[in-house]
Design a protein around this ligand. Structure first.
Ligand SMILES: [Zn+2]
Length: 282
């Protein structure tokens, strides 16, 4: 209808300058700033300038906050530490000792499994050197499992046979040699020494008054460690900090009663967990 023509034409002509403008869209603030509204005073422009500065700061702050949260999340992922629990025996040195009722291989396994569950509750990754109580794993292989897992700590669980009582923490302070292989490295010995001190101190915090603590000892003070020049086989092949705990003297009836009781076993698991956490700096 002819009456509409002027309107259509007018609308088209008003679009032309808009189409000719650059495609990039100015921000709302910039648009307002460049606006030539007659009512826009100098004061208003200054206010808009300030608003733009604030928005710029807020957006930079927001980006920094985003970046920071990404970095924190990445740190949390890399922070998950790994512990290798090595329940002793059966290995090339046999099935270990026994008490009147309990066997070392049984106690090592039961405590090891409970320690695994306890440490996983702390958010730690736990690797076991064996998957069932009777599984035979040689001591070299036990160390290799910890190495392959890049464990932050390998904790080896055993029970002693002697006339004494209580628990003893061992670490390699001197390299040893077995089948032509010498180890561990200076680094491993140093970190194992630090870990062992922390493990013993934390265990004492739980077990003092319940079970006797021996002073810290080195692999060289064990029968096999002494025979191999100063280190146990599991330490010689270890590329990660390694600590061995003789949890009780199983041939001592009092110690056997302690470690086979529900309360004693819980105390031992808690002591070992606190020891591991302390060794990891937690
Ligand atoms: Zn043993």
């Amino acid at each position: 209808m002819p009456a509409h023509h002027p309107v259509t034409w007018s609308a088209q002509s008003s679009l032309r300058p808009a189409l000719a403008r650059p495609v990039a869209r100015p921000s709302t603030v910039a648009k307002l700033q460049s606006s030539r509204e007659p009512g826009l005073t100098e004061k208003r422009r200054n206010e808009l300038c300030a608003l733009q500065a604030i928005l710029g700061f807020v957006s930079a702050f927001w980006m920094r906050a985003c970046l920071l949260s990404v970095l924190i999340a990445a740190a949390a992922v890399t922070k998950a530490q790994t512990v290798c629990i090595d329940p002793g025996h059966p290995s090339e040195v046999g099935v270990g000792t026994h008490g009147k009722r309990a066997t070392e291989v049984g106690v090592d396994w039961v405590v090891g499994a409970a320690l695994k569950a306890r440490l996983e509750k702390e958010g730690l990754k736990v690797v076991m050197t064996k998957q069932s109580q009777p599984e035979v794993v040689k001591n070299r292989r036990r160390a290799e499992i910890a190495n392959e897992a890049h464990a932050d700590l390998m904790i080896r669980l055993h029970c002693d046979a002697s006339n004494g009582s209580g628990y003893t923490v061992y670490y390699p302070a001197k390299a040893g040699t077995v089948k032509g292989f010498t180890g561990p490295s200076e680094d491993v010995m140093q970190s194992s020494g630090v870990a062992a001190k922390r493990v013993l101190a934390a265990m004492r915090g739980v077990l003092d008054g319940h079970l006797h603590a021996d002073p810290l000892k080195t692999d060289a003070q064990t029968f096999i460690g002494g025979k191999q020049g100063g280190a146990l086989t599991g330490s010689i092949f270890s590329k990660v900090p390694v600590v061995l705990v003789e949890m009780v003297v199983l041939t001592n009836p009092k110690d056997e009663a302690f470690i086979t009781s529900k309360e004693g076993q819980s105390l031992m698991v808690e002591a070992l967990a606190k020891g591991v956490l302390a060794a990891l700096g937690k």
